[in-house]
Design a protein around this ligand. Structure first.
Ligand code: SAH
Ligand code: F3S
Length: 485
């Protein structure tokens, strides 16, 4: 389990680097991100805002004027990781870089607010996810020797007009945020408190950003949101206020299926992915749009969290296991080659052995390609923390987690084997970790494919004959450029 958790952590964490520099900038910014892809993308927005304030990025904390950490609150462990990083910053500040200022961004900043300054002496600056535009003022305060905090959540902020500086980018695939916040209020989840209410970004600015990515030669875009299927643009404002909008605004509103259709039609050479889908908001018109466009990848991350109806209800996930299975059946009817992945939580409040068996049983029915699995971690302020007892002992949570992980491993292998013998289009994203003679990329179903480099280059779309596989990787031989190239 340790090993798998590590892999998950590595997948979900971005390292500190960035590359693009602005001429004439004298100050140095070191920024690192923990948690979800949205945080990675937010750090790119922050780098863009601070590039206008004289900061170029560095991968060496020892020379940084400003060190920012973009934090995650989703589980206790994520917060512990950040606290440990702050200790490391402290050591560096004391030993080699006394001038450096330290700021905390993201969900932990929002959750702890000014308390952060008391709890962690090293911290000079606390900025929540909707307040990054205020960074120039806040940094000025800090440079003048004062602590600065802004954690105000916004009804409007989507950073639509900020063009992110791509960090750690492979130059091939990138993220574009389409919504911010979440209205779902799953009882275990801290996100609605740290990221505020849900709002969508103007499709025009989304298309413009993709246009600029295309000009920079990017080949794959992942549209990001806590809950992308709930995307709704009606001229601005919160999703929950849609009812109050004018008739005209309601009639001309753009939903997620339409947005995908616009993106895929306008950029036929660009590959599109999206994440995350909440089953309660996913509709079949999205699946029809996916079927219509070859350049929308046939993969959906569709978390359910538990296979038990009792748990789903306690979690305030607004669908039953039967409805979920029916949705999947309908998805397969429209797109038989679709691959799905899950998030699961084991040991949520009151989870019995029977509930857990329901989870295993549901997994056996779906046979997901991948999974992100977690032991329940109580988060302060959530409804579960306030109203429910975190009563499953840690040892049992972990044992159940292990069972879920073991089963997922079997299913991942089962799904991987189904690709063997086929010729699949793969977008080259980098050199294989294990061999510098091999490229790695992903097929449309998001499975990693490794194959000999030959004369192909980064960013090429290549047809690869899949010959073998492990649980997580397909191994093949290239047979030529794909028609998309
Ligand atoms: N918006 C996504 C999830 C965002 S959080 C959705 O619709 O599902 C990413 C994952 O972290 C969740 O799917 C859940 O599996 C896990 N998670 C969230 N809160 C958690 C908690 N308190 N304990 C353990 N895992 C949690
Ligand atoms: Fe969290 Fe549920 Fe939203 S898991 S991010 S409250 S969909």
């Amino acid at each position: 389990m340790e090993q798998i958790e590590k892999v998950i952590d590595e997948n979900k964490q971005g390292k500190a680097l960035l590359t693009k520099q602005k001429n004439g900038n004298a100050k140095k910014l070191f920024i690192e991100s923990y948690g979800c892809q949205m945080n990675m993308n937010d750090s790119e927005i922050v780098a863009a805002i601070l590039a206008e304030e004289g900061f170029n990025t560095t991968s060496n904390m020892e020379e940084a004027d400003l060190v920012l950490v973009n934090t995650c609150s989703i589980r206790e462990k994520a917060e512990t990781t950040v606290r440990n990083r702050l200790k490391k910053y402290n050591a560096i500040k004391k030993k080699v870089n006394p001038k450096m200022k330290v700021g905390v961004l993201g969900c932990m900043a929002e959750r702890l607010k000014a308390k952060f300054l008391e709890e962690e002496k090293i911290v000079d600056l606390v900025v929540g996810p909707d307040a990054y535009r205020d960074l120039p003022n806040l940094v000025e305060e800090v440079e003048a020797g004062r602590d600065a905090v802004n954690v105000i959540l916004s009804k409007e902020e989507t950073y639509a007009d900020v063009s992110p500086v791509r960090l750690n980018s492979n130059g091939v695939s990138a993220f574009v945020s389409i919504t911010r916040g979440c209205d779902n209020m799953c009882t275990f989840c801290v996100v609605p408190f740290t990221r505020g209410r849900e709002r969508s970004r103007d499709p025009k600015s989304i298309l413009e950003e993709i246009q600029s990515m295309q000009e920079q030669n990017f080949k794959e875009i992942t549209l990001l949101g806590q809950n992308v299927d709930s995307y709704l643009w009606y001229g601005g404002g919160l999703k929950k206020d849609f009812d109050k909008a004018s008739e005209m605004a309601q009639a001309t509103a753009v939903g997620f299926a339409q947005l995908m259709d616009m993106c895929a039609t306008q950029f036929p050479k660009m590959r599109f992915r999206f994440s995350t889908s909440n089953p309660q908001d996913m509709t079949l018109d999205v699946i029809h749009i996916m079927a219509k466009h070859k350049n929308i990848c046939k993969y959906i991350h569709l978390p359910i969290q538990s296979g038990s109806n009792t748990m789903l209800k306690a979690m305030n996930r607004l669908h039953t296991r039967e409805e979920y299975l029916e949705l999947i059946e309908n998805i397969y009817k429209i797109i038989p080659e679709m691959n799905l992945s899950q998030d699961m939580i084991t040991g949520f409040c009151g989870e019995t052995e029977e509930d857990h068996q329901d989870t295993l049983d549901l997994m056996k029915k779906v046979k997901y390609s991948f999974g992100f699995m977690f032991a329940y971690s109580e988060r302060p302020g959530t409804l579960a923390a306030k109203k429910m007892e975190d009563n499953v002992p840690l040892a049992i949570k972990k044992r159940r987690l292990q069972e879920v992980i073991d089963l997922q491993q079997q299913h991942s292998l089962y799904r991987a084997k189904q690709h063997v013998g086929k010729i699949q289009e793969v977008l080259i994203e980098g050199t294989s970790k294990k061999s510098d003679q091999h490229w790695k990329g992903r097929n449309t179903q998001n499975t990693v494919v490794v194959f000999p480099k030959e004369n192909y280059k980064m960013g090429d779309f290549v047809n690869v004959k899949i010959e073998d596989c492990t649980t997580a990787t397909l191994i093949g031989t290239p047979v030529g450029y794909s028609e998309n190239n």
